[in-house]
Write a protein that binds this ligand. Structure first.
Ligand SMILES: Cc1cc2nc3c(=O)[nH]c(=O)nc-3n(C[C@H](O)[C@H](O)[C@H](O)COP(=O)(O)O)c2cc1C
Length: 336
């Protein structure tokens, strides 16, 4: 049976083009974030908490908002009020940037999928740091952990990528309970090359040195399109550098399940990604003790439990939320 969101809200949102619907939703949640009665009302509907401690941080529940939905961190109080156990904002880049030309988000309802080639459109580290400082002053800072996902600005050459990550890390670390290094988005040319052991080693070494004075848990977000050998090498580098967590996975470039007439360039997310990313979670858990934050095709309690059974400690939602709405959170929580 369809839930309230699927019956009443989704048809309205899906009557708009995907990016317009996204901005409409974000604006609404941004409005709610400034309005205490709405936040209180949302909180009253929250499911009971299922606490979990990871990286020395207390999570009220293990279900988080995946990176990319609130790239510029404009609606943190609303996400927390909806019941998320943690919120990952970003990807934030050192410089503000508009992203790729539109259209750049595509719905594939029959496949329960999205394809996006947004290309890290975001307000940039300076503006976002100011926004987060203002939120902290307003006393509406959410009572759940906040992760900040950082990436490389498009204009920065790959050889200077580490400077870019370092800049965002310095600007944003005080606001973050953990920092995710996104080295796996398929929509910034060359970014995935940072998954190569030498480049990743250099990045982790630099950020690790920076974090030495005030330690901050570091999470590395990886692609589902890695070979077994590549994964092994990444895990070795992450272990050597004391990485706290692996976020598995980002969107995939494997579009083999998509009919050619519906296909678009970009990263594929949702149901077609589910098994591939769950298999990667299982492989990481078998090879390493680094905790995994899993995302990829979580649409119901079964697919959420599948990630935990594969070895994930925390999970994150994106495409499932677009198709199933915030009720999805309750549905999963009921089965934890
Ligand atoms: C429209 C869209 C934008 C995204 N933007 C980002 C991003 O900026 N940074 C990031 O690390 N992941 C981004 N992702 C990836 C998601 O965080 C998530 O890892 C991936 O979509 C798999 O989960 P899902 O199948 O539940 O969507 C994005 C995904 C979508 C669909």
């Amino acid at each position: 049976m369809k839930n309230g969101y699927e019956r009443f809200v989704r048809p309205l949102l899906f009557s708009l083009d995907a990016e317009t619907a996204h901005h409409f939703t974000i604006r609404l949640l941004n409005g709610a974030s400034h309005f205490d009665p709405v936040l209180r009302m949302l909180k009253s509907l929250q499911p009971p908490s299922k606490p979990k401690t990871l990286f020395g941080i207390n999570f009220p529940n293990p279900i988080g908002l995946a990176a990319g939905l609130d790239k510029s961190g404009v609606a943190l109080p609303a996400w927390a009020a909806l019941g998320f156990g943690f919120i990952e904002i970003g990807t934030v880049t050192a410089r503000a940037q508009p992203g790729n030309p539109k259209p750049r988000i595509f719905r594939l309802p029959d496949q329960q999928a999205l394809i996006n080639r947004l290309g890290f459109n975001n307000d940039g580290a300076d503006v976002i740091a100011h926004r987060l400082a203002a939120l902290r002053e307003s006393r509406r800072w959410p009572a759940v952990p906040v992760g900040i996902n950082i990436g490389k600005s498009r204009a920065t050459p790959l050889e200077r990528a580490t400077d870019d990550y370092l800049y965002s890390f310095r600007m944003l670390r005080d606001f973050a309970d953990y920092i995710t290094l996104n080295i796996s988005s398929p929509n910034t040319p060359g970014l995935r090359e940072l998954q190569e052991p030498e480049k990743l080693s250099e990045l982790l070494d630099l950020i690790g040195k920076e974090a030495r004075t005030a330690p901050k848990p570091l999470v590395v977000k990886i692609s589902p399109d890695l070979s077994g050998t590549e994964l092994k090498a990444i895990l070795a580098v992450c272990e050597e550098n004391g990485v706290s967590g692996i976020a598995a996975t980002n969107t995939t470039l494997d579009h083999s399940s998509i009919p050619p007439q519906l296909d678009q360039a970009g990263g594929l997310s949702g149901a077609p990604l589910r098994d591939k990313s769950t298999a990667l979670v299982r492989e990481i858990a078998a090879r390493s003790t680094i905790p995994v934050i899993a995302s990829g095709g979580i649409f119901d309690a079964e697919s959420a439990l599948g990630k935990f059974q594969a070895g994930a400690q925390l999970i994150q939602l994106y495409t499932g939320l677009v198709y199933r709405g915030p009720q999805l959170l309750h549905e999963i929580m009921d089965r934890l």
